[in-house]
Design a protein around this ligand. Sequence first.
Ligand code: THG
Length: 297
Amino acid sequence: MLRIGENLNVMVKTIGAAMKAKDPGPIRKLAEEEAEKGIDWIDINLGPARKGGPELMEWVVKTVQEVAPDIPLALDTSNVEAVEAGLKVHKGKAIINSIMARPERMEAMIPLVKKYDAAFIALLWGPPGMPRDENERSENAVTLITAALEAGIPPEDIYIDPIVTPVNTQQDQVKSLVEFMKMLPDIVETMAPGVRSTCGLSNVSNGSPNQLRPILNQTYLTIIEKYGMYSAIVDAFDDEIATFCRGEKSEIKKIINDVCDGNDPDPSSLSKEGLDYMKTTKVLLGHSLYSDSWLEI
Ligand code: THG
């Protein structure tokens, strides 16, 4: 699974301050460190960037590409002018993060994808907001893929993001995303073979106890990878998640995959660690109810 590094974020104190002061030091350092970690894209998250968004995006893109020229960037802001300012100076194929399935967002941003030969993350957020289930996710995916194809965007430049939600408050949505991933290959095969996918992985563990976030993230990554997830927005410095993304951890992945296939391993054959991954898989698939103490049950 390919990785988009989430760390270059205006919400991070040192980075937000460096952006405000146009101090390139901390931004260069973080970009170099993400590059050393072998990240596939660096996400540049400016948030809404209402004031000075275009100049800021232009400056950050140039600053990052000076030290990490071989890594493409994901331009993450709701400010359309800032996205275009970034695309203008970006070298290589940028990804716009993201375009929602809303007419005004698609009309403003899909032409930019075409004009700058970029890619884009198709966020399955519809006109009424968050999709309620896998069927609404499918509708929004069809809307976005249709609009992109009409604009002449190649399928390989479309990354479907089914929207990961926290399991502690929206367990049904976590399951519905998995159901959607099972449906996505049919949509892609009939409409546009080559369409890819991505997601903000750590959303799944937002609000869960800190020491339990890694096992939730790792297990969910393995489940959605089984159903075809192509890439994920992750912490570039989480070496364990990187190990999972590189295709290692095959023993743990086998336990998770077996549970997904309905072939639950015999609990008495598993180590404590193996049992924890089995329990976590059941919670993420909605087979057992989430609580902060799910591993102790
Ligand atoms: N899909 C797409 N883009 C996205 C998201 C998504 N961009 C934003 C977000 N979700 C992914 N990016 C981040 C960036 C930073 C952090 C998490 C996700 C982060 N998290 C800390 C944590 O998880 O502990 C701190 C959180 C906090 O302070 O609240 O830093 O889903 N297309």
